[in-house]
Design a protein around this ligand. Structure first.
Ligand code: TYD
Length: 134
């Protein structure tokens, strides 16, 4: 099994009053949204994530502030900084992810294709590498 990720640019509907971004499940992103969660007030130096998902598809957006994703497909690691509300990171399939360098004001919104399900998580890196090889 393999995973993939890509950056998605959302359209900013700006006018003299300011900016607005609308994200519609199935149109602006390639799945229907079943769950939304957000990470905020992250303490200095904290790193989170350290897991992969089997089935879940997600879009991550730093709607305020910034943070860095470390993405690992089992072969290579890449860092992607999320620092704009119009920049979405789409993650699908088996990708190990870690999040770090949260700015104090960071609000990281995650749109997810499934309800919360602990059985969809792989929290052991060696197990993740074994799953990627299957
Ligand atoms: P956790 O998985 O540790 O967050 P991360 O991997 O992003 O660092 O989640 C923190 C807590 O929140 C944990 O007790 C599980 C719970 N949780 C939910 O109840 N629903 C959710 O949708 C998510 C993502 C987490």
């Amino acid at each position: 099994m393999i995973g993939s990720y890509e950056l998605i640019k959302f359209k900013i509907r700006g006018d003299e009053r300011g900016s607005l971004i609308a994200i519609e499940g199935g149109y602006d992103i390639p799945f229907e949204i079943k769950r939304v969660y957000y990470i905020f007030d992250t303490k200095k130096g904290v790193e989170r994530g350290f897991h992969a998902h089997i089935k879940l598809k997600q879009i991550c957006i730093a709607v305020k502030g910034s943070c860095t994703f470390v993405l690992d497909d089992g072969k290579k690691r890449e860092e992607i900084k999320l620092d704009r509300p119009d920049k979405g990171l789409f993650i699908e399939g088996l990708i190990w992810r870690e999040m770090k360098d949260f700015s104090p004001d960071c609000v990281l919104v995650v749109l997810a294709s499934e309800h919360y399900d602990e059985s969809d998580y792989i929290r052991d890196y060696q197990k993740f590498l074994e799953e990627v090889k299957k």
